[in-house]
Ligand binder design. Structure first.
Ligand code: FUL
Length: 742
């Protein structure tokens, strides 16, 4: 990397580093010693840098996830592990089509769920017959991983694999290996299978029990027979565990580092979960974070979900400083697996582009899931969104409006290896354009590979008329920060670094213009059934209940809506004040200068004004009172007391209705009380009950978004009772933020 002396505010400032800065070698992990002062800790943090693989992974920016397997056919989020392999009823598979669509979106890598929690494998494993080899697909000869790896080569995409450590087939099957209490002994990996030799002759000796051996053998197959693997994704979610099963993670790591030297490991030391599955991003995403133990030797990694992971105050409390970047993972569809093209919502291009800017432009990587359908392809709606997003990314970010500008060359030359080392005390960059340009995006990058992430607060000014006007401020920069602001026309911009850990090294500044779209919309309905339609505040929306930091970038738009299921246009009803919505589908759209925004639609259930609590199994206290399960306010919830099943709530709807579905909205304040399974009972008199439906919801802890359960047959009733029969994570109480009946 070339270090160049900077010009700032027209003054030549020689970078002046302290002696101690030179004595710290940039590394991905630095130990905090007993007695290190706060200053020393910050100085160390300012030298924590990504490894080469981590840097490559950051530079991928936008990558794809593919959830595919028996759940695609059973329409479930989580399988049971007891599915007959025949349910994987695939007739055709077109991984070239997947790659074309991902390429069009500008994605650089794809990660396939080769084994999800149900344990069904999508490749021709030697070590199990619970997988594609026992399905009807190509008479049991098909191999999704092979097809995808060939398509990836053809289209120039990197390949990654998702391997669920939790394996319900191995847990539930009588001869299953998971938690079978076998002994840890020395075992050779890979275990030889007669007639199926490996071309790669590497072998390993590891201490392993039966399940670890199985897992290592399978990793060996995947990492040696499908070309270069660039990411191994270990899901932390465990629908179930058994027999005190432990994982010999150091062995997994050694095997991966040896066989896939370019791979980053997700869920362990290289890459961490961003903390939610809804596409929310932190206002300040620090990738230099702390660990209580050396992350390079420990086996235990917990999910980090706090809003603040890397502020100075957090760093002071650590024992190790470690570079571990966030991956923002979410799905283009409601849920991770394909269900259908009629009810399952698909994110709009506006939504996906917004997440792209917040995640990639917020110091993380954007991992977007596109679940293939039962015909083995991406559905047309998903493809349209991918193509449109790719087009917007290209149009916005391939055109740099500072192309011919004057200013420090190192930040303008497009070379990530040159940077401007700013003096910590006098920091500023002035860039002059040859002619005024209209901009509403600014992209900044730090030279993290050598100088870590150091900027803590910065601001951008534009020269307007005869003076500087501040147009945007934000906190850290790190790998990349995209600033979004209302458009300004200017010929001069100034970047001010307001706070920083040591001298920051800025490697890139560019300016862009995105044709502002009409806002995405959000609905909220009160107990009387009055719905307010407002722009969705997605900017830095970490806490779903919190206020959002950034203001609306839109003005001058109009909202139109329909209540009959038809698509809204500019001829539909114009929204001005809250509208009454009863047992209806509301569809709304915003227009700005004849440009149409994304349609937002929601099926609303019956109005809750006259609902009364009939009976409840228990409630913890007033804060978690039962009536809060139907007060039309998602921020409040009912929670039952621990233990003493059954946990149930019975409601008098006030009058008789014909009901077709139930929607369960879990509370999002903590992971307790997620209703994974339950029964619905109805009554003619509110006293004697009969069961009419059973329901099941998967993955609620990581993704506590509303779940709907369509009834097998419509139910006509005034009295209804919801009873939990299974609580996620073996929980002992149930919590409900809202219940709705459609
Ligand atoms: C979660 C899993 O439980 C989901 O099914 C999905 O695979 C998601 C990416 O991770 O934790």
């Amino acid at each position: 990397m070339r270090e160049i002396i900077l010009f700032a505010f027209g003054i030549l400032l020689l970078s002046c580093q302290t002696g101690s800065q030179h004595s710290i070698t940039p590394q991905s992990t630095i130990k905090i010693e007993e007695g290190d002062s706060k200053e020393a800790i910050i100085e160390k943090a300012a030298h924590v840098v990504p490894t080469e693989n981590q840097l490559d992974a950051l530079r991928n920016e936008f990558i794809a996830f593919i959830h595919f397997g028996p759940n695609t056919f059973t329409r479930k989020e989580w399988g049971s592990g007891m599915e007959d392999p025949a349910v994987f009823d695939l007739k055709i598979l077109d991984t070239d089509q997947w790659c074309r669509a991902m390429k069009a979106a500008g994605m650089k890598m794809v990660i396939l769920t080769v084994k999800h929690h149900d344990g069904f494998v999508l490749w021709q494993s030697r070590y199990t017959d619970h997988g594609i080899m026992s399905s009807g697909f190509l008479d049991g000869k098909g191999d999704v991983l092979k097809d995808l790896s060939e398509s990836c080569k053809k289209y120039g995409m990197k390949l990654g694999v998702y391997m669920s450590p939790a394996d319900l087939y191995q847990i539930e099957h009588p001869e299953g290996l998971y938690g079978n209490l076998s002994e840890y002994t020395k075992r050779t990996i890979p275990r030889e299978v007669p007639g199926r030799p490996f071309e790669n002759k590497t072998t390993f000796e590891f201490e392993a029990d039966d399940y670890n051996e199985y897992f290592l053998n399978q990793l060996f197959e995947i990492l040696t027979e499908y070309g270069e693997i660039h990411e191994v994704w270990f899901d932390g979610a465990h629908p179930k565990t058994k027999g005190g099963q432990t994982y010999n993670y150091p062995a997994w790591r050694e095997l991966i580092r040896t066989l896939a030297p370019k791979a980053v490991i997700f869920g362990r030391e290289d890459i961490r979960w961003c903390g939610n599955e809804a596409g929310a991003t932190r206002q300040t995403e620090w990738n230099v974070i702390t660990y209580p133990k050396d992350p390079n030797t420990t086996s235990h990694f917990t999910d980090l979900t706090d809003t603040d992971l890397g502020s100075r105050e957090k760093l002071y409390q650590g024992k190790y400083l470690h570079y571990q970047q966030a991956e923002t993972n979410t799905s283009i569809r409601e849920g991770w697996f394909y269900r259908d093209d009629t009810h399952q919502k698909v994110r709009s291009a506006d939504d996906v582009f917004d997440i792209y800017e917040r995640s990639v432009g917020g110091n993380s990587t954007f991992l977007l899931n596109i679940p293939p359908n039962r015909e083995g392809t991406f559905s047309p709606r998903d493809v349209d969104v991918l193509e449109e997003v790719g087009k917007r990314i290209k149009e916005t970010y391939e055109k740099n409006l500072l192309q011919d500008a004057k200013g420090p060359k190192q930040v303008l030359d497009g070379d990530p290896d040159t940077y401007l080392l700013l003096d910590k005390k006098k920091h500023g960059i002035i860039i002059t354009l040859p002619a005024p340009a209209t901009i509403n995006r600014l992209m900044l990058q730090e030279a993290i590979a050598t100088h870590s992430e150091r900027v803590e607060q910065h601001a951008v000014d534009a020269w307007i008329d005869t003076q500087w006007k501040e147009i945007s401020t934000a906190t850290n920069i790190g790998y990349k920060r995209i600033l979004r602001f209302p458009e300004v026309t200017t010929h001069k911009i100034r970047i001010r670094i307001l706070e920083s850990r040591l001298d920051p090294a800025i490697s890139h500044v560019s300016a862009h213009y995105y044709r502002t779209r009409p806002p995405q919309l959000a609905f909220s309905r009160d107990k009387e059934g009055m719905v307010t339609i407002a722009p969705l505040q997605t900017e830095f929306n970490w806490n779903p209940h919190g206020e959002n930091a950034a203001g609306n970038l839109n003005t001058g738009y109009q909202i139109f809506y329909t209540l009959d299921g038809s698509e809204p246009t500019q001829n539909s009803l114009r929204y001005e004040n809250p509208v009454k919505v009863e047992h209806n589908i509301l569809k709304a759209v915003s227009f700005n200068n004849n440009i149409q925004g994304a349609v937002h639609s929601e099926a609303f259930g019956i109005v809750k004004k006259d609902w009364k609590l009939l009976e409840v199994s228990s409630q913890r206290n007033n804060r978690t009172a039962a009536v809060q399960a139907f007060d039309a306010d998602r921020r409040t919830y009912w929670q039952s007391e621990d233990g003493a099943a059954p946990h149930f709530i019975a409601i008098d709807l006030g009058t008789e209705y014909e009901l077709k579905a139930m929607v369960y909205t879990p509370q999002t304040f903590h992971p307790e009380g997620m209703m994974a399974r339950g029964i619905l009972r109805v009554s003619a008199d509110g006293k004697s009950w009969k069961t009419v439906e059973t329901f099941e919801f998967g993955n609620l802890v990581n993704d506590p978004t509303p779940r709907s359960h369509p009834f097998t047959n419509p139910v006509t009733t005034r009295y209804i009772r919801v009873e939990a029969t299974g609580i996620a994570g073996n929980g002992r109480s149930v919590a409900i933020a809202e219940l709705d009946f459609l």
